[in-house]
Design a protein around this ligand. Structure first.
Ligand code: G3I
Length: 327
């Protein structure tokens, strides 16, 4: 049986999100099928710098070590986020930190993380999920926005470029293929580019489902982002078997209709990625198999989902067969 990384070697890297547990339990599958790794959680601000000046690299280092041992590339996630970021970044005693203090902390964090995690890395998410989903505001409310102001994004890219001049510097977001959010995402990135911000690429998280988003909307999003002349990366792909509003909890295994539809969707998505492989240089799945993935807890706690290419026994699913069948 051909592997994912062999099937796609002339197109783009095939990545997977991991943590020390999955490297231990599913290491064989991960090293055989994929050639790029992203830390699912362990390179986020709360993990790398839980208290000011106390950096904790142990877990993240294990992932880098695994990549090195197996000749895999690393994709970094994420220097800045509104989530999984400790409050100390934004506080000065009991008061809110000044813009200057918050920027100094931003710079220290970015410098320190990139000093350690440049070698072996081809890209980093510099900012994650800064776009507001609803209404007309482009930027999401966040402590970075409140304390630093709108230019926190430019500042982050500038600091990252200075710290790691060759790194692929990415902005990353979800609902990237929904027309309204797509247009906001595009507008923000275009403004950044026009201002000369050192940004190299656009991350499409690709948390998709059996119905939504439509293939047409995905294609339109890819074309629109590609028109900016930046590199595209699919950064967190999964295909949920439940529509977002479906809160059923009674299924103990996926139906055959779900698996068939999922295979058709994966097939169509990867066909599209191959078609645009001049722009797309990596596609990362947000877990290796159905055994463990974040959708088992979201949006319904404890409910199982089966969104990945390998099943709960790490065996290839029909989705895997379809996306490798072109070879
Ligand atoms: O570490 C604690 C553990 O000590 C505790 O026992 C356990 C009990 O729930 O929680 C553990 O923390 C969890 C953490 O993952 C580590 O497993 C958090 O509750 C849980 O909320 C957290 O979820 C992560 C989520 O980001 C947080 O926002 C998911 O694993 C991770 O897959 C997800 O990844 C995000 C991307 O970074 C950005 N895009 C969306 C994507 C999916 O939400």
């Amino acid at each position: 049986l051909i592997t994912l990384k062999e099937a796609y070697k002339d197109y783009f890297k095939i990545g997977v999100a991991v943590n020390p547990d999955t490297l231990k339990n599913d290491g064989e599958l991960i090293r055989t099928q994929f050639n790029s790794l992203t830390a699912e959680n362990l390179m986020k601000p709360e993990e790398l710098q839980p208290e000011e000046g106390r950096f904790t690299f142990e877990g993240a280092d294990q992932i880098v070590q695994f990549a090195k041992e197996n000749g895999m590339a690393m994709r970094g996630h994420t220097l800045l986020w509104h989530n999984q970021t400790p409050d100390w970044f934004f506080k000065d005693g009991d008061k809110t930190a000044s813009r200057e203090l918050a920027l100094e902390r931003m710079k220290t964090h970015i410098d320190t993380v990139l000093e350690r995690y440049t070698d072996g890395f081809y890209a980093w998410d510099v900012v994650n999920e800064v776009i507001e989903d609803k209404g007309t505001d482009i930027l999401r409310q966040s402590q970075w926005l409140e304390v630093v102001g709108e230019d926190f994004i430019e500042k982050a890219f500038q600091f990252a470029r200075e710290a790691s001049p060759e790194m692929g510097l990415f902005i990353n977001d979800y609902n990237e293929s929904h027309p309204e959010k797509r247009d906001k995402y595009y507008t923000l990135i275009k403004q950044l580019v026009d201002k000369g911000t050192p940004i190299d690429g656009v991350g499409l998280q690709a948390h998709w489902g059996l119905e939504d988003p439509s293939l047409d909307n995905i294609r339109a999003a890819i074309e629109k982002y590609a028109s900016l002349g930046l590199t595209l990366q699919v950064t967190e792909m999964d295909v949920s078997v439940f529509n977002y509003d479906d809160r059923r909890t009674d299924l103990t295994e996926p139906t055959s209709e779900m698996l068939e539809k999922q295979a058709e969707r994966y097939d169509a998505f990867f066909k599209l990625f191959r078609e645009y492989s001049e722009h797309i240089d990596s596609v990362t799945l947000w877990a290796a198999s159905d055994r463990y993935n974040w959708l088992n807890d979201f949006p319904v706690r404890g409910r199982k989902n089966w969104p990945m290419l390998f099943d709960e026994n790490n065996q290839p699913k029909e989705s895997f067969n379809r996306i490798t069948a072109f070879k």
